[in-house]
Design a protein around this ligand. Structure first.
Ligand SMILES: [Mg+2]
Length: 112
């Protein structure tokens, strides 16, 4: 069965990152993340899309026993149906209010 690809970000999406980036430490997995991925995997090809070093990200997946759910770890934007990220805006075809949206953007964890 053909599966559409989801590129899924790590920091702020699958883990408890809330700022304070540390290059050599990836924060713990978020509650519910594993269940979310397990539910998606039968229907989508999952690729971890992160700027982290791939070896470190791969180890984090293995430590959390979810590496089997991903077909790839990449820092390259691969063809995908959707990108799931804590730091992005959906372009709706017009630029009119995009500058303002950029200026006002905050990731979800800064709003709680
Ligand atoms: Mg992120």
């Amino acid at each position: 069965m053909f599966k559409r690809t989801l590129l899924i970000d790590l920091d702020g999406v699958l883990n408890t990152y809330v700022g304070g980036y540390q290059a050599d430490f990836i924060p713990p997995i978020r509650e519910g993340a594993k269940e979310f991925l397990i539910a998606l995997e039968p229907n989508f090809e999952l690729k971890l899309f992160t700027t982290r070093p791939p070896e470190l990200a791969q180890k984090w997946l293995e430590d959390n026993k979810i590496s089997h759910l991903f077909s790839e770890v990449t820092n390259i934007k691969k063809p995908a149906w959707l990108l799931i990220d804590d730091r992005c805006l959906t372009f709706d075809g017009n630029y009119d209010n995009l500058t303002e949206k950029i200026a006002n953007f905050t990731p979800w964890y800064k709003n709680h």
